[in-house]
Design a protein around this ligand. Structure first.
Ligand SMILES: NC(=O)c1ccc[n+]([C@@H]2O[C@H](COP(=O)([O-])OP(=O)(O)OC[C@H]3O[C@@H](n4cnc5c(N)ncnc54)[C@H](O)[C@@H]3O)[C@@H](O)[C@H]2O)c1
Length: 349
């Protein structure tokens, strides 16, 4: 019988089942609020992070991306894909997993599923941004695109921004019916709609979260009245946008990391001299967010590595003292650090 791996070999692993158990244990709105606070705190210390646009490998049908960052103490990365055609094949558009590591040793500290965690962190980031940008009395959100991310978005805007009503629209009525069903009992008035125009009626906030591998026009200029906050989630790849360019021309635009958003966000439609504001600057008090009740604010979200780092660090803390992880024998740890081969040689099948 070969010796058991040393303690250093083990890395906590949060499976999909663990993540679901953790969210149920804590309550989804508690998790969303906590994630928003973690992400906001990290946006406040934005300058401390290593930042780089994500490394994207595009194909004709989708994209596979690596999203790394570090605050000097911890390093994190996420593997994530985006394949809009996948749902037609019974697969998800977005799946993900990620890792946190200790910068001092380079040893991994956490491996986690991130498909659920991405939906949670995206929703928490959206609502956190809206907390700074949306009209203060906003109570109704239009949710266009009722796929995997949509219920998470609705609940984050309830938990973090205090909305009480969501209006749902998707080109596929089955997706709207699914979202409406899932939102029953969560304390929101849910209004299914049959067109994008109907959906935005009376909404102070509009979230677009559609998946299409091309430039789409989910919202046209004539649909957007003064004072609205737009949370644009689905345009997040080169050649994949959701808003008509004229809306951008009338909006105050807030982005995560400009180097990435110019390539992937709605602003890929604009000249690079067009004024944009980095969201972290608003959060840190260096720039203004909403300045008037008639201003149209747009959070041109593509998703940035720091949000995943914050989410992983939150999970690392949240699982401590719980059963919501297993230890994986993930790291070869020979007794003599230089005798890796000897470790292999002495082991038996
Ligand atoms: N910004 C971020 O941080 C972030 C994070 C995660 C996902 N995303 C993006 O969000 C989008 C949605 O992700 P998902 O996992 O919910 O995808 P999904 O495939 O599960 O859902 C997308 C929905 O959009 C609907 N749709 C497509 N075209 C439409 C249109 N013209 N009008 C209305 N509805 C339309 C589809 O019918 C589908 O129900 C994707 O594009 C994904 O890349 C962004």
């Amino acid at each position: 019988m070969p010796p058991l791996p040393s303690e250093l070999a083990y890395v906590p692993f949060v499976s999909v089942q663990h993540m679901m158990n953790l969210v149920h244990h804590l309550g989804i709105e508690t998790v969303l609020r906590a994630l928003a606070d973690e992400i906001e705190a990290d946006f406040k210390r934005w300058e401390m992070f290593d930042k780089t646009p994500r490394v994207a490998s595009h194909s004709e049908v989708g994209v596979i991306e690596l999203m790394p960052t570090s605050d000097g103490e911890m390093y994190g990365f996420k593997y994530v894909n985006g394949h809009p055609k996948n749902t037609r094949e019974g697969l998800q558009t977005v799946t993900a997993f990620g890792l946190l590591a200790d910068v001092n040793t380079g040893y991994p500290k956490l491996l986690s599923e991130m498909t659920l965690l991405t939906a949670l962190r995206t929703a928490a980031t959206s609502a956190m941004a809206a907390r700074h940008l949306a009209p203060k009395d906003a109570s109704t959100m239009a949710m266009i695109g009722n796929g995997a991310q949509s219920e998470f978005q609705c609940l984050a805007f309830k938990a973090i921004c205090g909305i009480d009503t969501v209006r749902l629209y998707d080109t596929d009525p089955a997706a709207t019916a699914k979202a409406a069903r899932n939102l029953v009992g969560h304390g929101l008035d849910v209004i299914p709609c049959t067109s994008a125009e109907d959906c935005i009626e009376g909404a102070q906030m509009i979230t677009t979260c559609t998946a299409d591998k091309q430039n789409a026009t989910i919202l046209t200029d004539n649909m957007i009245g003064p004072g609205v906050h737009i949370n644009a989630i689905g345009g997040d790849c080169p050649g994949k946008t959701e808003l008509h360019r004229d809306i951008l021309m009338r909006s105050s635009i807030f982005v995560e990391y400009p180097e990435q958003t110019w390539v992937e966000g709605e602003i890929q439609q604009l000249d690079r001299t067009h004024p944009i504001t980095e969201l972290w600057q608003v959060i840190a008090g260096h720039a203004t967010g909403r300045t008037s009740p008639t201003q149209i604010t747009l959070f041109d979200s593509v998703g940035f590595a720091i949000e995943d780092f914050s989410a992983l660090r939150y999970v690392e803390g949240a699982i401590k003292g719980t059963e919501f992880f297993t230890m994986l024998d993930m790291l070869a740890d020979p007794d003599d650090p230089r005798d890796l081969f000897g470790m292999l040689q002495r082991s038996t099948a």
